[in-house]
Design a protein around this ligand. Structure first.
Ligand code: TYM
Length: 343
């Protein structure tokens, strides 16, 4: 349960590095829209451009990817009036609080992060310092809003546990009850969408094979072809979820169908159980195209007016700073920085 002392507030972010794919959409973006539409939370959604540069980004590509991601958020249903929509670098309090958290978090905590180990690979010495400190900035993103809930895919779970550790250590070290212990919200059928080529690997923008993922920018034919060629086994679909246990590729396609159709897995299997993939795949392709094509068409339309996107992001930043500036000021005050009096 979240602490009633804090306003129910959702924060989440996506990196503007490369294309949005179906995993980002089902694991994150679609759920951002649901939480906005529930109306029970204030919602803040962010393009985390400062996180993106922890690995090299061509400046021109980064600028384009940030605007395109913003278009993706809006096309998927985020309303920049009802939600606060920002790019991280325009709200300087994220980076400022991250510095404080760099001094709260321990090197050992960062070193244990699986994403750090995966991304730094065998040559950690050559990785950027920013990549190592990545989770500290992520904790700052969340806590600078005193966010209570963070919708993410499964792969971000460890970072959210670290966010709670940072909040708890800060509160403990300074003897305050200032930062909330944020709840991860990892729910739904598609919290871990897998590669279409290999059911043991996550769908990811860094996979060298474009056949492994469905990009939000893929056209209808490409989506249908990727689904038709998706790896499966030769058995028909089972009638119950239990039957998917040792069939990762089958489970992945069923989960994708369930998430796109907003239906529980059991109901999908009640309909398709006993039928072969040659019947299921075309239906899945039709559903994916019906859901994704309008989003990518709207993204393209919004990208025709980059000035409007930039205006949305600067308005978002101004609204965000009404929340973040007082939280940063109060944090500085707690830790002993001399500055203007708290209001
Ligand atoms: P990023 O940009 O890698 O991914 C954005 C979101 O998409 C989810 N996701 C998936 N979900 C299901 N199946 C998949 N195959 C899949 N791939 C990605 C991710 O879990 C994520 O929710 N560190 C974050 C960005 C971030 C952030 C934050 C998130 C920065 N600050 C604060 C929440 C709160 C990241 O790299 O996500």
């Amino acid at each position: 349960m979240s602490d009633p002392k804090f306003t129910p507030r959702v924060f989440s972010g996506i990196q503007p590095s490369g294309n949005l794919h179906l995993g980002n959409y089902l694991g994150a973006l679609k759920r951002f829209v649901d939480m906005q539409d529930q109306g029970a939370f204030e919602t803040v959604y962010c393009m985390v451009d400062l996180h993106a540069i922890t690995v090299w980004q061509e400046p021109r590509d980064l600028r384009h990817a940030t605007r395109e991601l913003c278009a993706g958020f809006i096309a998927a249903g985020i309303d920049p009036e009802r939600s606060i929509l920002i790019n991280q670098s325009q709200v300087p309090e994220h980076a400022q609080l991250a510095w404080v958290f760099n001094c709260v978090a321990r090197m050992g905590w960062m070193g244990r992060m699986t994403q750090w180990k995966e991304k730094s690979g065998r040559n950690a010495e050559a990785a950027s310092l920013g990549l190592f400190a990545y989770p500290s900035l992520m904790a700052a993103d969340i806590l600078v809003y005193h966010a209570t809930h963070v919708p993410v895919g499964e792969d971000q779970k460890q970072h959210l546990e670290l966010t709670r550790d940072i909040a708890a250590k800060f509160n403990h070290d300074y003897g305050v009850d200032f930062f909330p212990l944020t709840e991860p919200v990892i729910e739904g059928a598609a919290t871990r969408v897998m590669s279409l080529r290999d059911g043991s690997r996550k769908m990811s923008k860094s996979d060298p094979s474009d056949q492994s993922r469905i990009n939000m920018s893929d056209d209808a034919d490409t989506i249908a072809r990727k689904i038709r060629r998706a790896r499966t086994d030769s058995e028909p679909l089972p009638s119950e979820a239990r039957g998917l246990e040792h069939r990762p590729e089958a489970r992945n396609l069923v989960n994708i169908y369930a998430a796109l159709a907003d239906r529980p897995v059991d109901r999908v299997l009640a309909e398709f159980g006993g039928r072969p993939f040659s019947e299921f795949k075309p239906q899945l392709a039709d559903l994916a195209v019906a859901r994704l094509a309008p989003i990518s068409a709207e993204m393209a339309r919004l990208m025709d007016n980059e000035d409007e996107i930039d205006r949305i992001l600067s308005r978002g930043a101004a609204r965000a700073r009404e929340i973040t500036a007082p939280v940063l000021r109060a944090t500085y005050d707690i830790i002993g920085m001399v500055g203007p009096k708290r209001i």
